[in-house]
Design a protein around this ligand. Structure first.
Ligand SMILES: [Zn+2]
Length: 67
């Protein structure tokens, strides 16, 4: 019972995972609670926990720009 069959019509490269902690999203799509950001043309996803940290990081960066 250890056959490795991939579901048809579901490319493995389409897996969405958190860009920070590497947590894979269930179903291959990012949940609404995840944060989606585009950096350098790449679409990055952050899980709910990392999204808060990421938002704070962005805010920190923005604040630093005013220095
Ligand atoms: Zn994460």
């Amino acid at each position: 019972m250890d056959e490795e069959t991939h579901p048809p019509g579901q490319p493995a490269a389409k897996t969405v995972e958190c860009a920070r902690c590497g947590t894979a999203a269930e179903g291959g799509t990012a949940p609404p609670t995840w944060l989606c950001a585009v950096e350098d043309g790449r679409r990055l996803h952050f899980c709910e926990g990392c999204a808060r940290l990421h938002i704070r990081a962005i805010e920190s960066r923005l604040d630093s720009l005013w220095w």
